[in-house]
Structures are given as structure tokens and as C-alpha cells.
Design a protein around this ligand. Structure first.
Ligand code: ARG
Length: 478
């Protein structure tokens, strides 16, 4: 391994003012190459744009700029092929690449860092990384939403109890239930889109903190890297990490939603509920109990939510006491960020697979939804339709429920006369008033569970994801 040396004994690219070598423990302690190598392609893109700009603005000779660009392209290919010799002694990805460039093209490599600091370099790498990560998250969310929509379409007439407090509340269509997660995930996707929109300014040219005395053309590098413009304040450019925070916050929120979906699958796949059976491909067995089929996949999703939330808290905590501008603490941004991105991607993928392959036990769901108690609210609303104030109707039906619970009567089979003993305004017996089909049909309002409304929701969901897919297809910069 060739390590570039300066004229002093430290053996570092920054070694000019040093006379002593770095302690090996410090070298190990401060190195970030084992994780920031994930930024390699972005670092090279940034360096190529920078080198071209330096050449075109006459800051370095045009020939040298070409040499740098070709050298960097060769290194990109080497990294892509897995042949790059990452060296912890060279600290981070920036130094590793510059050092390798020096091996490849000789002293000309020393011109690459002209007018640049690792501070604006790493901020640029992160912005480029985050733009891709925001887009990748939107794609993964889209895939899961497409699966939910597919399964919802299949189950428009599957009825199950909807729950509040995990107590049976009112009957809903399974399509409606899954479309609830479709909505939630749609907002998650918007959060990633929105975070991506705020990464339109390029930090390159901010230097270490206060720009450069050299005539850098920041608009040039910004555009070359697909940004709209250079950042507007050099100090903010090198100290801001809110882009990473936003990504991790969006990831944490998305994971919390996934965790709730996961929790339902755990509950629904239990023998007590028996609403769904997870596919063999998405379940695991017990090493001891031969009969077991465990919902490990949703459980792990639920479990991984903790670490993604933790990643956000970790970077928030790292940043909270830092004075402007760059502080080395900020190197701690990367591991939680990369981990959140990878964990979210994996969780979205396995949840899509789990939902796509699970089997719905339509009968179990329907049986659970049959309980006439689930329509008690409808009985109160029947009185409201007769002109009775809701509070009075609610109280009346409460007494009827108590009568049924206490006396073992079926709420769905009370005669008109019995009902009228509780309130004179009942116009029919409960069998007529508490009809599940009618109950659905009456919930004919925006966001409601009437078949026509759920059909309309499915249709609009279809056109929404077609639009999102088209946007993602068009708007990608590589
Ligand atoms: N590895 C460093 C980080 O990720 C790069 C920036 C180093 N800058 C510095 N002044 N030491 O934060």
C-alpha cells in the first residue's frame, strides 16, 4: 500500500505543520473510511466537477484538469469493480481518493484540492448522497403502496371489524383498512420528496469556512452536479446537517408507520385472530416447538424501528451543542444516516413481500365483523334521523346494550316494540335497522366505507401512484 507522504514525518496529506507521526490508536479512532466509503461515487463526481471548473476558469492548466478527470474516472471504475485499496491510515474517503489519484497521475493530483476543503467536499458528497437516498426511499415506498393497493382492490368486499383501543369498533372493508396505510405511506413519500427539494443548493466552493481567494465559479460546479445554485452562505454550507436530519426524521416517521402495520400482521396472524396467514417464504419456525410458524419478519420490522428512531436522536444529540462551523463531531453523521437509509429500504421491501404473499382468511374476518354490537352507533344514528338529539340517542342505545349484555339478548334481534320501550321514536326492529350491508351503504361520504366510496378511493389511488411513478421516472439525475 503506498501512502502519500509530505516532506515531514507525519505521512499525511495535511502533514506540513506536523513533525511527529499520528499515534496508531488515534489513527484508528479518527478514521471513517470503513463507513464513508459509501460516499465514494459522490466524492468522485464532486471532484470531477471541481477539476473541470478549475480548468475552465483558468485556475489550473486545462491539460492538468483533463488529467485529473481521467484519473478520477479510472478510480471510479476501480471502486465499482471492488479493487480499490481503502486505507484507514488515510482517514477518510476524500483522502483515500486523493492519495490514489496521486499514485495514478503523479504531482498533478496536488492541484485537485485547489480552493477546496474537506468541509465543503463532505457537505457536497452528503447532499448528493441524500438526493439519491430521498429518491430511493420514494421508490421503495411506492412499491409497498402498489402492493397495498393491489391487495386492497382484491378485498373490496372483505369485511372485518375496525378497532379502537384494540376493541371491536365498527365494520370496515379490508380495502379501506389497507388504503389507510396507503395514505400514511403517501405522506411519508412526500416527506422524502420535500426533503430532497431542499437539497438544491451546492456547498462546493464554501471552502473550509469562508470561501476562497481564488476565482472559483460556484455556479458552474453547482449546475454540473445537478444543483440549482450554489449555497448562499459559506459558513452555513459547511456546518449544516439538517438535510441528514430531515432524511432521518422522515425515515423514523415512516418506520413508525411500518411498525404499526407490522404489529397488525403479528396480531392478525395469531391463532386468537386468525385473520391472515403469512406465507412460508415470509415466516420462520421455532427451533424447539415444531408446530410454530412465527411472524418474525413483521416483528423484526417493528424491532428495527427503534434503531431508526435512535439514529435520528443520535445525530440530533451530536449537533445540538456544536458552535459554527465544522467540528469533527460531525463525522458521526454518517453511520446513523447510512443505517437509517439501508434499514428503511430493507423494511419496506420485506413488508411489500409479506403483504403480497399473505393469505386472507375472509371467513374469520367476516365472522368477527358479524357481531351486531358493532352497529350500535348505527342504532343511535337511526334515532338521530328521527330527530332525536345525538346525546339522548347515545344514552338510549347505551341502555339497550346494557339490557342485551345483562340479559343475554341479541342486539340484532330486538323487536320494534322492545326498542320502543327504550325510546318511542324507533321506527323498526333492530334486524332491519342493523343491517351490515345497509350500514356500509349509508356511510356514503368522502373518506367513508360505502362500496362506491372505496371504489373511488381505489381509482384515485391508482392514478396517484401512476403520477408518482411517472414523476420518479422523469426526475432522476444520476
Ligand atoms: N471525514 C470528515 C467528516 O466526515 C471529513 C471532513 C474532515 N474535515 C476536517 N476538517 N477534518 O466529517
Amino acid at each position: 500500500m503506498s501512502r502519500k507522504t509530505d516532506s515531514t514525518g507525519s505521512g499525511k496529506l495535511w502533514g506540513g505543520r506536523f513533525t511527529g507521526a499520528t499515534d496508531p490508536t488515534v489513527e484508528r479512532f479518527s478514521a471513517s473510511i470503513h463507513f464513508d466509503k459509501a460516499l465514494a461515487r459522490y466524492d468522485i463526481r464532486g471532484s470531477i466537477a471541481h477539476a473541470r471548473m478549475l480548468g475552465e476558469s483558468g485556475i489550473i492548466p486545462a491539460d492538468d484538469a483533463d488529467t485529473l478527470v481521467h484519473g478520477l474516472e479510472a478510480i471510479a471504475a476501480e471502486i465499482e469493480a471492488g479493487d480499490f485499496p481503502f486505507d484507514p491510515a488515510l482517514e477518510d474517503i476524500h483522502m483515500n481518493i486523493e492519495s490514489r489519484l496521486s499514485d495514478a497521475v503523479g504531482p498533478v493530483a496536488g492541484r485537485l484540492h485547489t480552493g477546496r476543503s474537506r468541509n465543503d467536499q463532505v457537505a457536497t458528497d452528503l447532499a448528493l448522497y441524500l438526493r439519491d437516498a430521498c429518491e430511493a426511499a420514494q421508490r421503495s415506498i411506492l412499491d409497498l403502496r402498489a402492493i397495498l393497493l393491489e391487495r386492497a382492490t382484491e378485498h373490496i368486499d372483505t369485511v372485518l371489524p375496525g378497532y379502537t383501543h384494540l376493541q371491536r369498533a365498527q365494520p370496515v372493508r379490508l380495502a379501506h383498512h389497507w388504503l389507510a396505510f396507503f395514505e400514511l405511506l403517501g405522506r411519508d413519500a412526500q416527506r422524502f420528496r420535500d426533503a430532497g427539494q431542499r437539497l438544491k443548493e451546492c456547498p462546493l466552493g464554501a471552502g473550509a469556512i469562508a470561501g476562497s481567494t481564488l476565482p472559483l465559479q460556484r455556479e458552474h460546479t453547482a449546475r454540473a452536479l445537478g444543483f440549482d445554485a450554489p449555497t448562499r452562505n459559506s459558513m452555513d454550507s459547511v456546518s449544516a446537517r439538517d438535510g441528514a436530519l430531515e432524511f432521518m426524521a422522515a425515515a423514523a416517521i415512516c418506520m413508525v408507520g411500518l411498525s404499526r402495520l407490522a404489529e397488525e400482521l403479528v396480531i392478525w396472524s395469531s391463532s386468537e385472530f386468525g385473520f391472515v396467514e403469512l406465507a412460508d417464504a415470509y415466516s420462520t419456525g421455532s427451533s424447539l416447538m415444531p408446530q410454530k410458524k412465527n411472524p418474525d419478519v413483521p416483528e423484526i420490522v417493528r424491532g428495527k424501528t427503534g434503531r431508526v428512531v435512535g439514529n435520528l436522536v443520535s445525530l440530533l444529540t451530536t449537533l445540538k451543542g456544536l458552535p459554527l462551523t465544522y467540528n469533527r463531531d460531525m463525522q458521526e453523521d454518517k453511520e446513523p444516516l447510512f443505517d437509517s437509509a439501508a434499514t428503511l429500504r430493507d423494511c419496506l421491501e420485506v413488508m411489500a413481500g409479506t403483504i403480497a404473499t399473505l393469505e386472507v382468511n375472509v371467513e374469520r374476518m367476516a365472522t368477527a365483523a358479524q357481531d351486531p354490537m358493532l352497529l350500535a352507533t348505527d342504532l343511535a344514528e337511526a334515532l338521530v334521523r328521527e330527530g332525536v338529539p345525538f346525546r339522548e340517542a347515545h344514552e338510549t342505545v347505551g341502555r339497550i346494550v346494557a339490557h342485551c349484555v345483562g340479559g343475554g339478548h341479541n342486539l340484532g334481534a330486538l323487536s320494534r316494540e322492545t326498542l320502543q320501550d327504550f325510546h318511542a321514536d324507533f321506527s323498526a326492529g333492530s334486524a332491519e335497522l342493523l343491517n351490515i350491508e345497509r350500514s356500509f351503504a349509508q356511510r356514503d361520504l368522502v373518506g367513508g366505507t360505502a362500496r362506491t366510496r372505496v371504489e373511488a378511493a381505489l381509482t384515485s389511488a391508482r392514478s396517484e401512484i401512476a403520477g408518482v411513478a411517472a414523476d420518479l421516472g422523469d426526475g432522476i439525475e444520476t
